[in-house]
Design a protein around this ligand. Structure first.
Ligand code: CA
Length: 671
């Protein structure tokens, strides 16, 4: 998961510096005993959960299909006072709640050393190996296995950033390879000593052509091989995974897989991030992963995915996606939408012969408070429960050091802001059985409309609803719009309005722009050509063409330009004929500036059936002085031939003339 994209949102926030220290990790209360038999038993006694969610069964789902949730921030969250509940409303160990909902694997990221010299955590859960051990023990106690995600960095590693751990700086390359091997081995040995069952280990996180500061595949591959070797030695039964992001980038995964193969990296699983709003279609994901799986004989899976259950932010720290964010919104931001998003990722991976699982990223990274940014910030700083603390500046001054803050995914968790589980958490259970409840509207699609100020405002009678089964249906809508409102909108000039309504008991929203519709095409010459205007050059001007020069345009970059040196060499018309207009009153305007002319005869005109029926004179004087002609109203009947234009004739004083024409408008006029 990337963090850079949300950071601009918190630029305006102030920081309250807190001079407290402490790590986010806490020793768990549960025992670290490995409960393999219970894990096995748990898998066999899966019972379908009761739910109001619509869920279509996923076929070909094996009993051991990995249903994972990344819970890396959980200890810091709990240290910050966050409480998690079960569906009965009782406070309950979150690992147990996840297990009850069909989750069988917990993923945890490991940073080499996410602390400054004084022991202040960098945030993001302050996840060093000790935090991973504590999380692993909690997971084991709930019968869940652990997926360890080594970033090989002191803080976030992703496609934009793969910084080397501070302790490895200054080492020779071969020493770094050895350091990575030792770090992996010692970390895993700590987990082993604590009795944590580890089912998979990642060598690197979203290593799109870089890892631990290296960007050449030969180097990356050697580092990966060292990590893989350590994993095989400590946890021989665990799968070794590589992890990449951006499956939508054509050919990139094939390149990674080919390099891994060429350099002989020993791994079992080719894993991908898949965030539906960034990473292309599921069909593309399936095709890409399957190609690699077939060509190299590897297992494939989604190591990170997530989706929003609400568009709202609850922790005062901007979110990755949400209301108003410009991303592909394939599902509504509802609990059902979130469940459908996850269901479809599971369905896609399960459909692949070598597809082994899906992990949801940070399913519990909810707000640490509901009062203020300042209160939350104090906790993020003290416990590392935000994406970054100010202390991270010593390692990552340009990003974390500037934009540190809270959770960017509190609206993508499986728990609400109060720690109550959402129905969508049950998706890991329900995909095995299906739960085809009655189809009903789950969300409404917003409507965007434009109305002509001089036309009528005809609001649609239906809106499109996203149903709980992810289909679309139109449903009747009633808009909150009185005749009085309509009159105001028509008389208020060009303006934007948000109009709400009711459909299927939900709030419908229409974004309405009241505009003066321009019936002319290429009205400001921004097409970069003259068409469909027609130029009739009557005196052989030296220059007469559409020109790209913003400083000489009234609006935009382009305008119609003329210049001629000789006396009496400027005479032309610029005209556009307009088709398919309905009967009514219209107005026409066009603008010009220019100079160096003697006598001029310039006018804007309207021609009906070949006859000029209205004209208004224009003048050119000096540079920058635009003159606009307005023909305020003329009547037109459908079927008549209509054209509008400008006539320009300059003569006299020895010179020719120059000029610029721009912004022609043919609008409806009030009756
Ligand atoms: Ca947030």
């Amino acid at each position: 998961m990337k963090h850079r994209c949300l950071l601009l949102l918190c630029l305006g926030a102030l920081l309250v510096s807190v001079a407290a220290c402490g790590t986010g990790s806490e020793e768990s209360k549960t025992s670290g005993t490995t409960q393999t038999s219970e894990t096995e038993a748990g898998k066999k006694t899966v019972e379908k959960l009761e739910s109001s969610l619509y869920v279509k069964k996923v076929e070909n789902l094996s009993d051991d299909f990995i249903m994972g949730v990344d819970l890396s921030s959980v200890l810091a969250e709990e240290a910050s006072g966050v409480k998690y509940y079960n569906f009965a409303g009782e406070e309950q160990d979150i690992f147990k709640t996840l297990a009850e909902c069909g989750v069988n694997t917990i993923r945890v990221r490991v940073w080499n050393d996410p602390y400054d010299a004084e022991g202040h955590g960098f945030g993001g859960g302050n996840n060093n190996i000790d935090a991973a051990v504590a999380i692993g023990k909690r997971a084991a106690a709930a019968g869940l296995s652990l997926l360890v995600d080594f970033h090989y960095s002191d803080f976030w590693a992703d496609p934009g950033k793969q910084m080397i751990p501070r302790a490895w700086k200054g080492l020779k390359y071969t020493e770094k390879v050895d350091a990575l091997y030792q770090f992996t081995k010692e970390s895993l040995e700590k987990l082993k000593a604590a009795g944590v069952p580890v089912s998979m280990v990642q060598v690197g996180n979203e290593t799109n052509g870089a890892m631990a500061g290296y960007e050449v595949w030969e180097d990356i591959a050697e580092l990966m091989k060292a990590g893989s070797k350590a994993i095989r030695e400590v946890y021989p039964e665990a799968l070794v995974a590589v992890h990449f992001a951006n499956p939508e980038k054509a050919g990139s995964y094939q390149t990674y897989a080919s390099n891994l193969n060429f350099y002989g990296v020993d791994y079992d699983v080719f894993g991908s991030s898949y965030y539906p709003y960034w990473h292309g279609t599921l069909d593309n994901l399936a095709k890409t992963l399957n190609e690699i799986s077939e060509k190299y004989g590897k297992k494939v899976m989604v190591l990170e995915t997530s989706y929003a259950f609400t568009g709202e932010d609850t922790d005062f720290s901007g979110n990755t996606i949400g209301d108003g964010s410009a991303v592909t919104k394939d599902y509504p931001y509802t609990v059902q939408g979130q469940a459908n998003a996850v269901r479809n990722v599971i369905d896609t991976v399960a459909s692949l012969p070598q597809g082994i699982g899906v992990v949801y990223w940070e399913g519990a990274w909810i707000t640490v408070g509901t009062n203020s940014w300042e209160e939350n910030s104090a906790k993020w700083e003290k416990y590392g429960s935000g994406w970054a603390s100010s202390y991270a500046a010593v390692y990552d001054p340009d990003d974390a050091g500037k934009y540190y803050g809270g959770s960017a995914v509190d609206n993508q968790a499986f728990f609400d802001a109060a720690g109550k589980p959402l129905e969508s958490l049950k998706i890991f259970n329900l995909v095995r059985f299906g739960n085809e409840v009655e189809v009903r509207a789950d969300a409404l699609e917003d409507v965007t409309l434009q109305f002509d100020l001089n036309g009528s405002i005809d609001m649609p009678e239906t809106v499109s609803a996203v149903m709980n089964d992810d289909s679309r249906q139109t449903v009747p809508v009633s808009w909150n719009l009185t005749e009085e409102d309509i009159q105001k909108m028509k008389s208020n000039g060009p303006e934007k309005y948000v109009i709400t309504g009711d459909a299927s008991g939900m709030k419908a929203t229409a974004y309405v722009s009241m505009i003066e519709y321009n019936f002319l095409k290429n009205d400001s010459f921004e097409d970069g050509t003259v068409e469909p205007w027609v130029v009739n050059d009557l005196a052989g001007a030296d220059q007469l063409y559409v020109e790209n020069k913003g400083t000489d345009s009234l609006t935009g970059k382009w305008h119609m330009h003329f210049w001629s040196e000789k006396k009496n060499s400027v005479e032309f018309t610029l005209e556009q004929s307009v088709k398919d207009l309905e009967s009514g009153n219209y107005k026409y305007a066009i603008s010009i500036m220019g100079g160096d002319a003697g006598e001029t005869e310039i006018y804007a005109y309207v021609k009906i059936n070949g006859e000029i029926i209205a004209q208004v004179p224009l003048e050119i004087t000096f540079y920058g002085s635009w003159d606009t002609a307005q023909i305020p109203s003329f009547a037109y009947e459908a079927g008549q031939e209509l054209s509008v234009g400008i006539y320009v004739k300059c003569s006299g004083a020895g010179n020719g003339a120059w000029g610029k024409i721009d912004d022609a408008m043919l609008n409806k006029a009030s009756e």
